[in-house]
Ligand binder design. Structure first.
Ligand SMILES: CCCCCCCC/C=C\CCCCCCCC(=O)SCCNC(=O)CCNC(=O)[C@H](O)C(C)(C)COP(=O)(O)OP(=O)(O)OC[C@H]1O[C@@H](n2cnc3c(N)ncnc32)[C@H](O)[C@@H]1OP(=O)(O)O
Ligand SMILES: CCCCCCCC/C=C\CCCCCCCC(=O)OC[C@@H](O)COP(=O)(O)O
Length: 270
C-alpha cells in the first residue's frame, strides 16, 4: 500500500527523461512502419495497374505518400512551381538531409519522374520493392565504373522513354547544416542526355529534427524550385563548371531559405 505514492514520483522523472527522446523514436518508428505498410498496399496496386516496373507507378506512390506529412506534424512551403513547367526530360538535383526528404520529393514530383538511389535501398523490404516498381535506378556507390555505366544507360533511357530523373548530388545524407560538395554523376547525366537541370533546395531540418540530440518536433520545410540550367551544347569538359555553378545557386538558396524558416518552438541550435 505505502509503495503506491512512489508511482507518480517515479513516473514524473521517467516521463521527463523520455519526452523528447520518446517522441523522436516514436515518430521515426512510426514513419518507417507506416511507409512499409503503404508500400505493402501499393505493391499489388502497381502490379495490377502496370504489370511491373514502370515509372508511371510513381503517380500512385506519390498520391499514397502525400498525407504522411500531417501524421508527423510537417508542413511544406513550396516556391518556384513555374520552373517545373518544362516539357520533356530533365534532371532534378536536390540536397539530401534525411529519409524524410521523400515527403518533400513527393510534394513536387512531376509526372514520369523517378530517382537514382543507392542499391542497398532495394533490400528495404516492401519499400525496396516499391522503389523497384517505381523504376528507381539503383547504383553501386562503391564501384564508380559500375555507377557510371548505369547512369550512361539511364541517360539513353531518359530520352527514349521521356523520363525525368531526380538525383541527390551530395551522394549521401547530410545534416551538418550545410551542403556537401557535389559528386559529378548528375551533371554527366544531364550533359550526356543534353537535358536541363532543375535545382531544388530543401531548407535545413535543424529547427525541428536533430538526429544526435534525439529531437523531432513539428516544423515547416521550405522547398525552393530554382530556374533550370541548360546543358545544350555542353560536353564532358564543361561538367566541372556546371557542377560548381549548380552548387553555388543551391548553396545560396539553402542559406537563404534556412535562415527564414519559421520556428516551431524553442531556439535553433546551429
Ligand atoms: C506508397 C508507398 C510508400 C513507399 C515509400 C517509399 C517511397 C520511395 C520512393 C522514393 C524514394 C526515393 C528516395 C531515394 C533516395 C535515395 C538517395 C540516395 O540513395 S543518395 C545516394 C545515391 N546517389 C548518388 O550517389 C548520386 C550522386 N552520386 C554520383 O553521381 C557520383 O558521381 C557517382 C556515384 C556516379 C560516382 O561517385 P564517386 O564517388 O566516384 O565520385 P565523383 O567524384 O563524382 O566521380 C569520380 C570521377 O568519375 C567521373 N564521373 C562521374 N560520373 C560519371 C559519368 N556518368 N560519366 C563519366 N564520368 C563520370 C567524375 O567526373 C570524376 O572524375 P573527375 O574527378 O572529374 O576526373
Ligand atoms: C537496408 C535495410 C533497410 C531497412 C529498412 C528501412 C526501411 C525504410 C523504410 C521507410 C522509410 C521510407 C523512405 C525510404 C526512402 C529513403 C531513402 C533514403 O533516404 O536512403 C538513405 C540514402 O539516401 C543515403 O544513405 P547514406 O546515409 O548515404 O547511407
Amino acid at each position: 500500500m505505502d509503495v503506491l505514492w512512489m508511482v507518480p514520483l517515479l513516473l514524473i522523472p521517467l516521463l521527463m527523461w523520455t519526452s523528447g527522446a520518446f517522441v523522436f523514436y516514436f515518430k521515426k518508428f512510426f514513419y518507417v512502419a507506416w511507409m512499409m505498410c503503404l508500400a505493402l498496399l501499393a505493391i499489388p496496386l502497381c502490379i495490377l495497374k502496370s504489370g511491373g516496373r514502370d515509372v508511371e507507378n510513381m503517380r500512385l506512390i506519390r498520391s499514397l505518400v502525400r498525407h504522411v506529412k500531417y501524421l508527423l506534424g510537417l508542413r511544406f512551403e513550396v516556391s518556384g512551381w513555374e520552373h517545373l513547367q518544362t516539357e520533356g526530360p530533365y534532371v532534378i538535383i536536390s540536397n539530401h538531409q534525411s529519409s524524410l526528404d521523400v515527403l518533400g520529393l513527393m510534394e513536387i514530383l512531376p509526372d514520369r519522374c523517378t530517382m537514382i538511389a543507392k542499391k542497398e535501398l532495394i533490400y528495404a523490404g516492401t519499400v525496396g520493392l516499391i522503389c523497384w516498381l517505381g523504376g528507381i535506378v539503383f547504383i553501386n556507390r562503391k564501384k564508380t565504373s559500375d555507377a557510371k555505366s548505369v547512369m550512361a544507360d539511364a541517360a539513353e533511357t531518359m530520352l527514349k522513354d521521356q523520363i525525368r530523373l531526380w538525383v541527390f548530388p551530395e551522394g549521401t545524407r547530410n545534416q551538418n547544416g550545410d551542403l556537401l560538395p557535389f559528386k559529378k554523376g548528375a551533371f554527366h547525366l544531364a550533359v550526356q542526355a543534353q537535358v536541363p537541370i532543375i535545382p531544388v533546395v530543401f531548407s535545413s531540418y535543424r529547427s525541428f529534427y536533430l538526429r544526435k540530440e534525439k529531437q523531432f518536433k513539428s516544423g515547416t520545410i521550405r522547398l525552393k524550385i530554382l530556374p533550370k540550367i541548360e546543358t545544350k551544347g555542353l560536353t564532358s569538359d564543361d561538367v566541372s563548371d556546371l557542377c560548381d555553378k549548380s552548387f553555388n545557386v543551391m548553396h545560396s538558396a539553402f542559406l537563404e531559405t534556412s535562415s527564414s524558416v519559421p520556428q516551431s518552438n524553442g531556439p535553433v541550435s546551429h
